[in-house]
Design a binder for this molecule. Sequence first.
Ligand code: G1P
Length: 299
Amino acid sequence: MSQSSRFAVKKAVIPAAGLGTRFLPATKALPKEMLPIVDKPVIQFVVEEAVSAGLQDLLMITGRNKNALENHFDRVAELEQVLSDKGDKKKLFSVQESTQLADIHYTRQGDPKGLGHAVLRAKSHVGEHSFAVLLGDDVIDSRDPILPQMLKLHEETGDNVVALMEVPMDQIHLYGAAKVSELSGDVVKIDQLIEKPSEKEAPSNLAVIGRYVLRPEIFEVLEKTPEGRNGEIQLTDALQFAAANPSVAGGVRGVIFRGRRYDTGDKLDFIKATLRMAIDRDDIGKELRVWLKDFSKEI
Ligand code: G1P
């Protein structure tokens, strides 16, 4: 097998088991990934991103109360019939679109033991191949894709790849933070990763955002990773081990992202995502722009 085909990626894992406590009470009965940005649930943006990067085989890691995710990507015969009888092709397409996107598989996380534990649940599905991980509530604007560059870098180097973004130092405690070297454009070598450090502990303001391309050896590393921050198995800790021991699971590289990314689990970011996407839409964009200009005078 040639080096490049050995590291070709076909599968993506989408962890979506989190409780969404920041959005209570809305998320009491509704998965946070089903909250819509205008009229499309957050999870569909994530699935579409994976599909446009060429990944058709998706495994979603879900949990209790997440049945709506499966339903969203399934057919609804009665609704499709009603729309078809009415001749409403546009709505019919919007309903069918999500069901034809990809080959989506589901498994439950069981114990909520952290992101590393969720990713480990994908071991038997992923097998011996490299795979991508897209966090289910991190939305990367489709106008600024980063996954294709990460997949290419992985194919070329065989290293694990994470997406990084500069954040204000007072927000670094919300993320995995990276110490990096050997800059070449937007690509860096990662020397150290720390999960949710204090501002003082943080090695830089480069935060890991929710996109990863990983080698299958990461599963063995995760199996041996002890509980870390919040008593959970952290993916960041497994990647820190990989960075420190590149002969075991490959090294770790980072691609610095400078585009539009929204943490839709955060209320303010959610509103920003909605506005940014809405103002560019054909149906409501024009009116919204006018209204926003007027509204900004009121505040
Ligand atoms: C997770 C990861 C963290 C990463 C973040 C990106 O944290 O553990 O390293 O920086 O996603 O969104 P969470 O936001 O799930 O607490």
